[in-house]
Design a protein around this ligand. Sequence first.
Ligand code: CLF
Ligand code: SF4
Length: 507
Amino acid sequence: MDAVMQQVAEHKGCGTSGGSGKASCGSGAGENDLPQEIWDKVKNHPCYSEEAHHHYARMHVAVAPACNIQCNYCNRKYDCANESRPGVVSEKLTPEQAAKKVLAVASTIPQMTVLGIAGPGDPLANPAKTFKTFELISKTAPDIKLCLSTNGLALPDHVDTIASYNVDHVTITINMIDPEVGAKIYPWIFWKHKRVEGIEAARILTERQLQGLEMLTERGILCKVNSVMIPGVNDKHLVEVNKAVKSRGAFLHNIMPLISAPEHGTVFGLTGQRGPSAQELKALQDSCEGEMNMMRHCRQCRADAVGLLGEDRSEEFTTDKIMAMEVNYDMEGRKAYQVAVEEERQAKVAARQEELATLAGEASDIKILAAVATKGSGLINEHFGHAKEFQIYELSTSGAKFVGHRRVDLYCQGGYGDEDSLETVIRAINDCHAVFVAKIGGCPKGDLAKAGIEAVDEYAHEFIEKSAIGWFKAYLEKVKTGEIVHESRGDAEIRQGALIATAAAAE
Ligand code: CLF
Ligand code: SF4
C-alpha cells in the first residue's frame, strides 16, 4: 500500500481535528482533515465528499447492460440495484453515443465534474464498452473525473486497465464477507463459463471482491464500498464487512437501505423481505463511523442519472435530444464557473465556522434532527410543497452534521396541497424536531405543528448549517428557561413508495 493510501486507511473521520479544531465526520471530512492528494481527488466528487454534493454534479452513461451475478434485490429488467435505484429502465448507449452525451451534459451543466459507469448491469461484465467509453471521454473531456461501480467479480482481471485509464474512483458493492450470509443474497454467479450456485458462489465472490479492493488501493485508486442493508440477513454482519474493507484501505463505506417493493419483482420484494427504518439505518451507520468514513448522502441513483445527486435531469438528455444538440465544449468556461462555485462554497464554510464559534461553551447532551428543503448550493432555497426530498441534519453542540436524506411525494399538486402526501412527508421526517423551508403555507405548517414538527421559514435563502446552528442555539435556550420541554422523537420511514412514484413518472 503506498504512503497516501496508508494515510487514507488510518484516517478516522470522527475525532480528526479539522481547521476549526472541531471533529469532522465521515464523507463530510474537509480540506484540513485529509492529505492534500486525497483532498484533490475528492473535493469536486459529489459522492466521495458530502460537502461537494451540494455544489457539484455527476452523470452516468448506461453502456453496460450485461451482468455476471444475480442479486436477490435485483430484477434484470431494471438497472443495477447495487448502484442504481431499481424501477427505471435506462436507454442503453453505445460508447460513441455516451461520449456525445457527456459533452452535451458538460456543456449545459458546468458543475458536472464526474462521469460514472454504473450499469445498468455490471461495467466489468461489459469491459470493451466500458473502457472504450472511458477512452473516448478522456480524449475529448480530460477535465472530467472517471468513476466506476462494480460488483467486484471480474475486478481483479481489470485493475491494470482501470489504472491505465486514470480512473481515480472505484466503487465495489460488498454485502458480506461470510459465504453463508452471501448465499442468502446471491443465488448464483457466472464464473469461468459456468453458473456456480450457493455458498461456493458467495465464497468466490467475496474472495474476488476483497482481492480487487486490495489491488486497487495498492495502486492508489480511491475505493468506496457500497453495502445494501438487509435486516435479518446482513445487518449485523455489516459491522464485520466495515472492518474488513477498512483494513484493506477502502476510503469510504456507503451503507444503503434495501429497496424491496413487491412491484419491482425482485426475490426480496416478492418474499416480503423488508428494508430498514430510518433509525435502524442511522444506528448502523453511526456504529461504523468510528472505524472509517461513512457516506450518508447516496441517492441510489439510476444508471443514466444526470445532475446534482438530489435532482434528476436525465429527461433533458435523451439520445434523441443529445444527437440533435450542437455541442460546444468550453473547458475554460467550465473552469471559470467552477471557480465561482468554489467561492460560494468557501462563503458557506466561513458562515458555518462563524456561527459554530457562538456555540462554544454550550454544554448540553441534546441531539436533534432537522429536515431541510433545498435545491442545492447549501442553501434553504426550496418551498415545502415543491420538495421531492428533505436533507436531514443532526444538531448538537458540535454543530450541524448532514446525516441523510428522505425522499417524499410532492405535497404541492399544482396549486393545492395533497393531504395524503402531507401524511407521507410527516412519516418520512417524523424523527425530526423541525423542518427548514424557503416558504410554507399556513395549513401544512399547522398540520406539521400538530405532529410535533416546527416548520421554520425565517431562514429562507440562507446557508443551511449556519441557520440550523442559530435555530438550535435558540432551542437550547428555550429548554434552559423552561419555555419548552425537550422530548425525543420517534422513528421515520424510508419511503419506498416515493421511489416507485418517481420511477413511474420518469418512465
Ligand atoms: Fe456514479 Fe457511483 Fe461514481 Fe457516484 S453514483 S459511479 S460513485 S459517480 Fe453516488 Fe449515486 Fe450513490 Fe453511487 S449517489 S448511487 S454513490
Ligand atoms: Fe443486478 Fe447489479 Fe446485482 Fe448484477 S450486480 S444482479 S445488475 S444488482
